[in-house]
Design a protein around this ligand. Structure first.
Ligand code: HSE
Length: 330
């Protein structure tokens, strides 16, 4: 049995999802020889630490009833630097303007030789090259499947499963909120504003939904794909971005009459990175509805490989995180 001491930094929907999945999959993990022992959990108010393993059920209950993970006055950064552990699960909120607390957290983790698994897009969309170089210099492993497409395994599919192929392009729907809005506008012939409010109720929109509907969230995900798969060195400001706010129910109906749907499609290949509304034929593999994400990878050997899945959600995102953890330590 291999024991991996881990911290969970950030205990919102995704961090809690990770704790739940670790509880639910404890036996499964032990059966494959892994004991993932969470020795610290931190949120923006404080921390709970225990070198013998934090009681995840208790911390989940405390967070849900009292709004805190614990009474220790430690920041996530202090936990990362001062607690002996191998793995930092970084699930603090995304800030794509500055990288937020996620950026110093990840840098500190690597400087202390710890591995990082994250769902936090901001630091990667701004400083991917720096982060991956510092990880390498310190012998740390950096995995971030959850940052793009949630449970949809686009990064590990292209980097691992399709190894040996040249990746020619990736295109798809990388924002569930926009997909939901466009799908519902067509179904209900209702205006954009009404469907934006509906999507916010589902809890998948960013705190500021402008990031979704203006295409910035999808642009960040494209940047992560561009840097990690196409070896580019770009930030979201390099992406040609168009939002969906000008799409009307009438334009969706006109498209439908001609056998098309309008989708917010992101695309990355060679020197091109763009996201914006595009006409997609009804029945095309990219024409998925609701909150789904989809990505089609063009390769030289395998041809086109298309995957679809849930791009957001607590347990769905935790699925990508657990898969990254297992891939490091199994
Ligand atoms: N706001 C994002 C979306 C969440 O709608 O896809 C997942 O990154």
């Amino acid at each position: 049995m291999r024991t991996i001491r881990a911290s969970i930094i950030g205990f919102g929907a995704v961090g809690q999802g990770v704790a739940e999945v670790l509880l639910q999959k404890d036996e499964y993990l032990r059966n494959i020889g892994l004991d993932i022992k969470v020795v610290a959990i931190a949120d923006s108010k404080g921390a709970a630490t225990d070198p013998n393993g934090v009681d995840l059920s208790k911390v989940l209950t405390r967070k849900r009833t009292e709004g805190i993970v614990g009474s220790e006055k430690l920041t996530g950064l202090e936990v990362i630097t001062d607690t002996d552990h191998e793995l930092v699960i970084e699930t603090t909120p995304t800030d794509i303007e500055t990288g937020g607390v996620g950026l110093p957290n990840m840098l500190a983790a690597f400087e202390h030789g710890r591995d990082v698994v994250t769902s936090n897009k901001g630091p990667l969309a701004l400083k991917y090259r720096q982060l991956s170089e510092i990880a390498k210099e310190n012998g740390s492993i950096f995995k971030f499947e959850a940052t793009v497409g949630g449970a949809m395994p686009i990064i590990n599919l292209t980097r691992d499963v399709l190894a040996g192929n040249d990746i020619i392009s990736i295109e798809g729907i990388l924002n569930g909120t926009c997909n939901y809005i466009l799908t519902r506008m067509m179904e209900e012939q209702a205006p954009y504003e009404q469907m934006l409010a509906e999507s916010q109720e589902l809890g998948i929109a960013e705190t500021d939904p402008t990031y979704d509907v203006e295409g910035i969230d999808a642009a960040c995900k494209l940047v992560i794909l561009a840097n990690s798969i196409f070896n580019m060195d770009v930030t979201y400001k390099d992406v040609d971005v168009k939002g969906i706010t000008k799409i009307t129910p009438e334009s969706l109906m006109l498209a439908q009459d001609d056998g098309y749907v309008i989708k917010q499609i992101g695309e990355v290949k060679n020197d091109l990175i763009r996201v914006g509304p595009r006409l997609v034929p009804v029945g095309h593999p990219l024409a998925v509805g609701g909150t789904l994400n989809v990505a089609s990878v063009q390769t030289d050997l395998a041809g086109a490989v298309t995957i679809t899945g849930h791009g957001a959600g607590s347990i769905e995102t935790a699925s990508a995180i657990i898969s990254d953890i297992i891939s490091i330590y199994r």
